[in-house]
Write a protein that binds this ligand. Sequence first.
Ligand code: 6PG
Length: 229
Amino acid sequence: MQTKIHHDSAALVAAIAATLAAYSREGRPVHIALSGGSTPKALYQALAAAPWRDKITWQNLHFWWGDERCVPPADPESNYGEAARYLLDHVPVPAENIHRMRGEDDANSERARYAADLAAHLPDGRFDWTILGIGEDGHTASLFPGATDYTTSATVDVASHPTSGQTRLTLTAPLIARSKHISYLAVGAGKAAILRAIAEGGDYPAARIRAENGNTEYHLDRLAADQLP
Ligand code: 6PG
């Protein structure tokens, strides 16, 4: 478990922003899957402002999502909506480079549409970089413990949140594992217990789903890392 412990959330955000800037300057289209939840908000805000906004070659970046809540973009729950409000509405990413899951549409039809979009536009069927969050129960994307198919040939699935019952769209575990690079982000004391459980070999989606090429790291702030052995 490759772990990078950052002094605080701001330092973690700066490290991820620097990686994004480096990817953007590779002079080719780079396909990135974004996580949902609240953790990325600080990252989005940093990327949309100086100095990062002007250090990134935005036209080279394609943004996809690891999962989406089945709500319209205007809904505060929308993962795409959060990215648009705090980042995409403020930086010059070409519209055709934004591959959102349409949470407002019927989940099963959107599952098929997104899978077709991935097949048509994701080179070699692999993300260059997938950024993921970690739930306190060890889920990632909308792949929940006891409800994750680690061998499916599908690329997109419909899921439901185990407590709220909210319908979700999610990339599948095998698709995520084909990413060339995976970064898990976790900040705050609320994640300390699950991160210790993962470090101790617990069987969770956020532990099992790693890049097949080994290029996976967990970015934590000191609070989230507090219980690591
Ligand atoms: C979602 C996410 C989910 C999230 C974790 C962590 O749609 O909720 O994709 O996997 O990354 O639940 O959420 P926080 O960042 O809010 O702690």
